[in-house]
Every structure is written in C-alpha cells, then in structure tokens.
Design a protein around this ligand. Sequence first.
Ligand code: IVH
Length: 672
Amino acid sequence: MTKDEAKNKIEELSQTLRTHNHKYYVLSEPSISDYDFDMLLEELQRLEKEFPEFAFEDSPTKRVGGEITKNFKTVKHKYRMLSLGNSYSKEDIEDFETRIKKLVENELEYICELKYDGIAIGITYKNGKLVQAVTRGDGVQGDDITPNVKTIRSIPLQLKGDDYPEEFEIRGELFYPKNVFEALNKEREEIGEDLYANARNTASGTLKMQDSAVVAQRKLDCYLYFVLGKNLPFETHFESIQKAGEWGFKIPTEKPNYIKKCKTIDEIFEFINYWDKERNNLNFEIDGVVIKVNNYARQEEIGFTAKSPKWAIAYKFKAEKVSTKLLEITYQVGRTGAITPVANLQPVLLAGTTVRRASLHNADQIEKIDVRVNDTVFVEKGGEIIPKIVGVEATQRDIFSTPTQYITACPECETELVRKEGDAKHYCPNEWGCPPQIKGKMQHFISRKAMNIDGLGEETIDLLYEQRLAKNIADLYELNFDQLFELESFKEKKSQNIIDGLIDSKQIPFERLLYGIGIRYVGETVAKKLARQFKNIDNIINASFEELIAADEIGDKIAESIIHFFFVEGNVELINRLRAHGLQFELSEDQLANATTKLEGLIFVVSGVFSKFSRDELKNTIEQNGGKVSSSISKKTSYIVAGENMGPSKLAKAEKLEVEIINEDRFIELIQ
Ligand code: IVH
C-alpha cells in the first residue's frame, strides 16, 4: 500500500467508525454487527501502527484508554457550575412560576427534562475537538478527568457538521446504565468482592480511576443538557439541545418523551406524573425532573441567585418508600462462604415491582436499625438496585419482642461461623463440606468467562451434586457417559455434549483456568496479569508474598488470598488432579515464544505516545520480557520509556530523581 492509499484508507475508516459509534452509542440504532465493527477497528489499528503519521489524534482507536493519571489536576471552571433549587410539590412549582412572572412580562415557555442521577461533567470543545472534561468539584473548580471521559463512547471526540461554535462548553450527567451496573455487580459477586450498593457513587469512583484503560471497559454513558459559551447562535435552550444532537451528542428527544415543551403548570405536571410512574422502566436512574425557561433572553431577565439560576428548578421525586411486615430473617451462603442476611417480607408493591425480599447486609446493619422479626419495617428503593430496610415502626412493636440474635452457625452445614477482624461479614469456614459453597465453586468454574463448558449449566451442577456424581471441579473430569445417561431426562445427545464440552475445555488457556479455580479476589483481569507474569501455576504456588505484591496490579489483599488458597492442601490436590487430566496450567507455546527474562528486575514507567507500539503493546512487551510496569515514577524506577508528549510533571520528577529516560528505539535494543 502506498502512503497516499494508507492515508486515504485511514481517513475513510476513521470516518466510518465514527459514524457507527454515533449510531450505536448515541442513537442506539446500530447498523452493523459488533463483529464487523471490531474488524474495521482492527484494520484501522493495523494501518495506524504501520503509518502512525496519518493516525488522527482523536482516532476511534483511542477509545480504549491507556493514559494513567496519578493526581487529577484541579482546574477552575470557566463558568461556575451552579446547582438547582429543589421543589417537591405542585405548590412549589406554582411558587416558582409566580416568582419569575414578577420578573418578566412576556409569555413563558418551559422545557421539562429528566433529572439524571449521575455525576455532573463540563466538557470543552475547541474547533470541534474535545479538549477538556472537568468534574463539578465545589462548583468553582473541579478535577480534570479528560483521559477518562475520552473513553466514553457516547461522548464525541470530534463533532459532526461545521456549524458548532469555535469554543464552547457542554454540560451533562455521566452514569452507569442499569444493566451495565448490574453486570458489574455480578462480576464482583463471582470473585467474592462486596457488591457496589449505588450506581451513582460507583460512577464517581470509576471516573477517578487512575488507569483510563479500566474506565474504557466500564461502559459509562452520558446525557448532555446545557450548552455554554460566548455569543451562542441560539435563541432558546431547546434549540441548543437540538443542535448538540446534530453535532453528535447524546441528547434527550421528544420521542419517547425525554424532553417536552410546556406552557402551563398542568402540562409540566403531566410530564412529572408520567415519569414518576414510568421511571422504573428506564435503563438509567433519574431522581426527578428539571424545568427550565426556554428562551435565553427571558433567562437573562430572570437571572441568578448566588447558587442557582432563578429560571430553572428541579422537581425531586419522593424516594419510594413503603411499609410492610418482616416475616422472617434468613441467611444466604455464597460461593466464598460469605453470609448475607435477607429480610423476607410480606409482599409489597414498590417502584413498579413486588418486593418480597430485602438485603440486610450484615450483623452490624441489623444491630444499627434494631430490626426484629414481626416488626413493621420501611422499605425504600433509592439509587440502589436492591431495596433496603431503612427503618422500623417501633411504636407498633410487640412488647415481648427481643433483639435479633445473629446466627452463630451456618444455616446450610451447621459449622460455627467466623468473622475476621476488619470484615463486615460472617463466613462459613467449611469450604469443602458446605453445599452452596461446593456447588458455587463448580458453577463458577463452568461459567462463561471461565471454562465455558458446553452443555453444563447451573442446574446440571446442582443435579450432579445431589446425585453425588461431583463434589468438586476435578470430579467433573472423571464423569463418564453412562453416569450421565442414567440421569433422569438425560438423553444420549445431552450426555455426549457434556463429555465433549469437558474434553474441549482442557484446551482453555491458562488465564481462564486460573480465573475458574476461584481464588477469592482473582477476577479475570488479575488472572491475566498473574498468568502473564508468573507463566505457570507452580511459579504462582511457590511465590512468596513479596514476589506476589511485586507483580503488576497485585496488592496485599490479593496476595494474601492467593497464599491462603494454596496453603490449603485440598486446593493443591485439586490442581494436581486437573493437571493429570491435561488442563492448561501454563502459558501456551505461542505466548511463551515471545517471552524472555531480559528485563527481569527492572521497573518501567511508560509515558507519552509511541510510533512503533500502542501503549498497551509496549506494556505487554515489558511484562513478557520479565519487566514490571509501574504507573508512577519513584526512586525504584529503572527506566522511563518516553514517547511524544511526555507530561511536563513526569519529566520534572524524572530529572529530580535522576531516572534514566529512554525512547522506544533504545527500548527495543534492550530486548533484542
Ligand atoms: S441543568 C444551570 N438539567 O442536577 C442549570 N441539570 O441538582 C444547570 N442534573 O447540577 C443544570 N439532570 O448535575 C440540568 N436535565 C438536567 C439535569 C441536571 C441532572 C443535575 C446537575 C445539576 C444538578 C442540580
């Protein structure tokens, strides 16, 4: 391919991918399959690697993140980030209208919008390019989280069209779609981490992550609701939002009633009442409605208080709360032995669903609200996905009632529970004899992201366990066709499928097997890191605590958990049995072929943009050759591999600590 051809192709692919991104993430109307999209993206990545001089600064390939920020820079907002006054009733809205009618003579038009329950962000565009994204902070100044925001697919890096102002700011709300948040929690449950309680706080945490590559995987979304700038070419707020949509932003549309023009309080209330009922059917959380005066000239006449515009107001929905009777407290045992107390309730309608159960979290929580069986309790569904008990109607309590005694023995196997210092939860330590733990471990092992064994599902595992055919993951490989075929409703095909699935799973790569064996806190990403850095299971089994924490992204908690896991003889025995069945306990020849120990003992910091590697490739290459990648410069850093645009603060720190800075060519020499 000639240089000209490459340049054209890169331009064409970048444009095509931008269009598909917009269709998929902003309009939710995908027009090609995920596979075809990935193929185009890969093609662009290949070309950009070969011809880096033609890659766009804001190429669609840059959505994968990679930039690390140790401390977010505090920056002053160009326009203060104001808050909104709140209202809770029709009277409050009427008062709002009376107040503003005193200030303007003309007839007023209002825009009603949803009040997204997320994290406010201000994004600045210059000449159509995203240049900065800042959190609200205290309204005067916030954190510059640009690298993280750039990974969010529904936020354009390059605007469409040519009628956008040379410079402007757009504000909106970042959030986790409900289904994404649920999936995130499911993953956490699988590795034995405590669940995130609240989508909004989790989004806030995600946006402050140092590694933008992790943010890129998290699938945050964003609705935009406010355009700011000098001499904006609009007369109304509504117009500004429509235009923002044309430039490629995700904005609320009149269909399906996410935004509405209103003239009267009754019309406003129609919108409010509609969404108060319908909000549970949205795939994102809202906590109210925002009402804004539409016309810019009227807004100016009405003006601001010290804290908020007088031309807009938020109407807050009441947190949905109902009272019902607590029938019983039961206790669930998870795969890791963690005990979760569950309130079993007299069924009650809340936020559009019938609630029968609510989590009570742990013993401390029960003590704190002093909740007892037979109490009338208040159940609320706020930003949380699982309804929670927020209080007790103590006046209705039976005079003979006594405080709840937390269980001391496992409800499934009667083993005495333990609670380690610092742990909020109680655990059942009987990991080899407690049925939900035994089944849970096998179910995790066969799950999609682990061994993904064809034909085997959670119910089959239950059945195999009940029929005493399998009580651990190694037993699965000792099943034979006849044993399965004899089971009720197991026909020939189904039985053979499982046997074949098990045989095929022996080729599943080491990192997925490592994830599947279910070491607490070793999720998919950690398993990958461990596999790559330690290369085989024996190196992990024999690693000391110090060696483990020296590995990239392995902290004290994970290292302790790994050591504990292999300290248990039963686990080592299982590994040996699986090994005898031929499962992959080391990296494949392919993965090993490119590996050396040339960088052993060296710690690298990677900074800037490279022409021969993507940032991830560079990091992988360092690790494959035995080196370690760190995100911050310290006295221990051996080299900084610097590309173009290395940050000035990094440079200053490197010079101060006298760390050697090398370019990518010198790096290649090190590994050759
Ligand atoms: S407009 C000057 N519109 O709610 C007007 N804000 O409690 C600025 N919010 O600070 C805000 N949805 O973080 C506006 N459709 C919407 C909104 C919205 C959520 C947030 C925003 C604001 C806060 C006020």
